[in-house]
Design a protein around this ligand. Structure first.
Ligand SMILES: Cc1ncc(COP(=O)(O)O)c(C=O)c1O
Length: 381
């Protein structure tokens, strides 16, 4: 299967991210200062390995890690035995495995739009047909699902229901229940991409959709990338055992397992409680960054744009008062050493939104970057 190239703007973003002079105002990654690098170094020095630790792991991944993820998922109301869990090299690999392992070419994938899927193409590259459903539309998402599925059978519904990328919206408990009951009636499996849900600020979000799924309809994806370290490349999928076994079989064809060292480390962090402790610290740091960024927006973007106050996660989905979010704005920003994540990489015809992130740039960079961006925008308006 021949893969298409990334969008030009995505290629530009990937390239400019390596430039140390650039200010990354939209990056969906923790700042190096928020990664527990020294602590990880220490735990690697003090951990112990048995003779099997560094060999290939089982198809579903290291048993001890799956056991500790099973215990961790209980805290989210999810009942997943180690046998119904598999380890993957990040949430993105979970999507790739689902796409090549469970779907036929040409099948229709429904998803919430704007969407992370449009920025990475795990389904599009495998020849799936994507249909974006808006939460802002006249019809609710369940109504849209019923209408579309009545015409052509949908293969699955993909959602990031908690601290969405890029919009940072969170589905209410009722919305989760309605979605699940509709998808059950329509027999459409749900992919719940839950990589941000540990990053809540003032209050916990509703429990994952997987926690109310009694029919094995939901494949639940988690990851250590947004909380502990993206470079470890550790994520997981929870789902019905037969589906997990199929996906684990495909993963063996692809890479014969995720890094044993990373799996060992994450198991240590979950078992020892270090992960939970780190999360408490991280949430606090992100709240400080969110508040700082909101104060900058209030200072420089009043009258230029609208936004919501994030309740968790990394992003502020900023809606500009004029439709000027295009290649030109992106290039003007690059000239001033600012790297933006424009709305159109998440939703093809979007020319009004920017995804800002308070997780990556330093306070100093945010202050300079947001002020400079407001000047560019005023000039273009
Ligand atoms: C919604 C969502 N899912 C999955 C991922 C993939 O993360 P990883 O493959 O690093 O776990 C990301 C990262 O940006 C994301 O925003």
């Amino acid at each position: 299967n021949y893969r298409n190239a990334n969008l030009k703007t995505i290629q530009d973003i990937n390239q400019h991210e390596t430039d140390s002079a650039i200010i990354r105002l939209g990056t969906g990654e923790l700042s190096p200062t928020l990664l527990p690098t020294k602590k990880i170094e220490k735990s690697l020095q003090s951990t112990s390995f048995d003779a099997h630790s560094l060999g290939y792991s089982e198809p579903k991944g290291d048993k001890r890690l799956r056991q500790s993820i099973s215990v961790y998922l209980e805290t989210k109301g999810i009942n997943a035995s180690p046998g119904s869990l598999m380890i993957v090299s990040g949430g993105l690999q979970a999507l790739q495995l689902i796409s090549v392992g469970l779907l036929q070419k040409g099948s229709m994938v429904l998803h919430e739009s704007p969407s992370y899927l449009n920025s990475v193409h795990p389904f599009q590259s495998a020849g799936m047909h994507l249909v974006g459903l808006s939460k802002q539309g006249r019809e609710s998402i369940p109504t849209q699902i019923k209408r579309i599925n009545g015409r052509k059978k949908a293969s699955l519904f993909y959602t990031v229901p908690t601290f969405n990328n890029p919009t940072n919206t969170t589905w209410t408990k009722e919305e989760r229940l309605n979605l699940l009951s509709t998808c059950k009636k329509e027999q459409i499996p749900i992919i719940e991409d839950d990589v941000y849900s540990d990053l809540w600020f003032e209050k916990r979000p509703p429990l994952p959709i997987k926690s109310i799924d009694t029919d094995g309809l939901v494949l639940h994806i988690g990851s250590m990338s947004k909380t502990l370290s993206p470079g470890l490349r550790i994520g997981w999928i929870a789902g019905p055992i037969t589906v997990i076994e199929r996906l684990a079989d495909i993963k063996m064809q692809m890479d014969y397992g995720s890094s044993a060292l990373s799996q060992h480390l994450v198991a240590d962090w979950l078992e020892s409680g270090q992960y939970t402790k780190h999360l408490e610290w991280l949430r606090h740091q992100l709240i400080v960054r969110r508040d700082f960024t909101l104060s900058l927006l209030n200072q420089y973007f009043k009258g230029l744009a609208e936004w919501q106050i994030p309740q968790g996660g990394f992003y502020i989905w900023v809606k500009l008062c004029k439709p000027i979010v295009n290649q030109n704005l992106f290039k003007q920003a690059i000239k001033e050493n600012l790297l933006l994540n424009p709305g159109y990489i998440y939703e093809p015809n979007n020319n009004t939104h920017l995804r800002l992130s308070y997780s990556y740039a330093s306070e100093e960079q945010l202050a300079y970057g947001i002020q400079t961006l407001s000047k560019i925008i005023r000039r273009l308006i």
